[in-house]
Design a protein around this ligand. Structure first.
Ligand code: ZN
Length: 284
């Protein structure tokens, strides 16, 4: 495997050869930053830990994490030092979560947001053609963070470039910045992220450089999962201890010509209709 950035990092916690480790991956998460994978795809890594003989989890972080705000013990860190700290944190998470492989492509955020950046495109194409995942976890198109949406769009382009028979069967856009509770119920996928609660907390706490400034992503993520599980239905008891909501993006891969913005606006239109319909139904 040869990626476009010399500072790209390929890590296999069990020391297996990277190409072989990537080929084994059945559940793949491609995210923008260090810590996004653990917020988005806890259900996927639990699925893999439950059936290690048949499943393997792979993580890809596209950016270098240099632009992160820093405070506390990290306040005086340079961009280079922050990159090194975050790379190491992501490796620790991969070890803790039993990932088959963790790839960090180390692209500056600006390159990911630049349309048609050749390095980003060839790196992602190399990854997607090096494995045959059943499920791919990506960011969702209604996310609030521009780098998340950029990474999603680059991933969709790379997946659409694969021959149809090589495209994954299921592609999910997961919540990080801005949740997906608003999606109409039949359009959202409930990822069971209430399993292995101690591991979930430990994985989120690995990213000390992000938590140290008082942004408690660990507590917020666990709280959101619990809230999603409880506020999902008014009249049924909680079946899952935690839910991460995802948007099913498979139609965007099945039909490469489908417009991503229009697809997303279609979901928002359904929310509008649902809210208006309920109000009007009660008034009359
Ligand atoms: Zn992020």
């Amino acid at each position: 495997m040869n990626f476009s950035r010399t500072d790209a990092d390929i890590f296999t916690p069990d020391d297996s050869l990277p190409a072989a480790a990537l080929a084994r991956v059945t559940h793949l998460c491609v995210a923008a930053h260090q810590d996004d994978i653990e917020i988005m795809a806890h259900a996927g890594l639990c699925d893999c830990l439950d059936e290690p003989a048949r499943r393997a989890f792979g993580g890809v972080v596209v950016t270098d994490g240099a632009g992160a705000p820093r405070s506390g013990p990290y306040a005086s860190h340079t961009d280079d030092q922050m990159r090194a700290v975050r790379r190491e944190e992501q490796r620790r998470a991969a070890t803790l979560g039993g990932y088959a492989i963790q790839i960090q492509l180390a692209h500056p955020s600006a390159d990911v947001k630049a349309p048609g950046h050749a390095g980003v495109r060839t790196d992602l194409e190399q990854i997607f053609s090096g494995c045959s995942p059943e499920v791919v976890y990506l960011h969702n198109p209604a996310d609030k963070h521009p780098t998340h949406v950029a990474v999603l769009l680059r991933c969709l382009a790379a997946l659409r470039a694969l021959p149809p028979e090589r495209r994954p069967r299921r592609v999910l856009g997961c919540e990080v910045w801005r949740d997906l509770d608003w999606l109409p119920d039949d359009a959202k996928v409930a990822l069971d992220s209430g399993r292995r609660p101690e591991l979930a907390a430990a994985l989120l706490r690995v990213f000390d450089s992000q938590l140290a400034g008082g942004k408690r992503y660990d507590l917020a993520t666990l709280g959101r999962r619990a809230a999603n599980a409880t506020f999902h239905t008014a009249h049924a008891t909680d079946k899952l201890a935690g839910i991460t909501w995802a948007m099913d993006l498979t139609p965007l891969i099945a039909d490469p010509a489908r417009d991503v913005a229009e697809f997303t606006m279609g979901q928002l239109d359904r929310l509008r209709a649902e809210v208006a319909g309920q109000i009007n139904g009660i008034i009359e």
